[in-house]
Write a protein that binds this ligand. Sequence first.
Ligand SMILES: C=C(O[C@@H]1C=C(C(=O)O)C=C[C@H]1O)C(=O)O
Length: 253
Amino acid sequence: MAKNSLTLESVRHSLIRQEDSIIFSLIERAHFPINSPTYSPSHVSNSTHTFSGPLLRFVVKENEALLAKAGKYANPEEHPFFPEDLPPSVVPPYNFPEFLHPPAASININKDIWDAYVNKLLQLFVAPGDDGNYASTAASDLVCLQALSRRIHYGKLVAEVKFRESPQEYEPAIRAKDRDTLMKLLTFEKVEEAVMKRVAKKAMMFGQEVTLNKDGDHGKYKVDPSVVSRLYGDWIMPLTKHVEVEYLLRRLD
Ligand SMILES: C=C(O[C@@H]1C=C(C(=O)O)C=C[C@H]1O)C(=O)O
């Protein structure tokens, strides 16, 4: 869809679709135990000392360097976790539609997303234990982090659409740098309640054990649906709204 025809309905539709990616990524990650060496500060070090630090950091950084060369971060909807020292793209630039107000480019809350994911979220949906599959664990984390980052930074588009629908409501609060009023204006509690119910339902449907005999393993899910709901209610939606407020604060610059 052309970006100029984005509506609140169409951006919400994209967020609903992104729920599928997030829930599938959580299910894949929950397949492994916590595997804590993946996050230990000294797990990677090589003889030339070009990198030392947690394996997850190494996997994400290397992956981002590769995709930067393939042009990924030329798209304003993509946000790297390690924007410093990214190699230049080797592909010709694509003319992405300019829907967002330009200061949007300065908003990247991936450090907060990383911190929440590694230090809080993982423990909520992953079992304790260690099976040695650290590289595959890091690869699964990468997919989760990318899906979360994309969804949360999508708040920029949500905020732009809301602003365009009623600029007169937002402008005084933006000029007054009044975060609380902006937060109130952009919050729709009914939508948030529906999101929490829908993601729990999706987690039940996507994460059920599928068997061929009639009395399959009902009530056992690969990721606890109430935990998925909680991840959305306590982390994913608040971080999305944080991006919305940050975006709106710069909307008149
Ligand atoms: C994204 C929106 O803005 C807010 C954040 C929501 C979310 O992160 O899912 C849901 C409702 C709103 O309170 C929206 O209005 O759809």
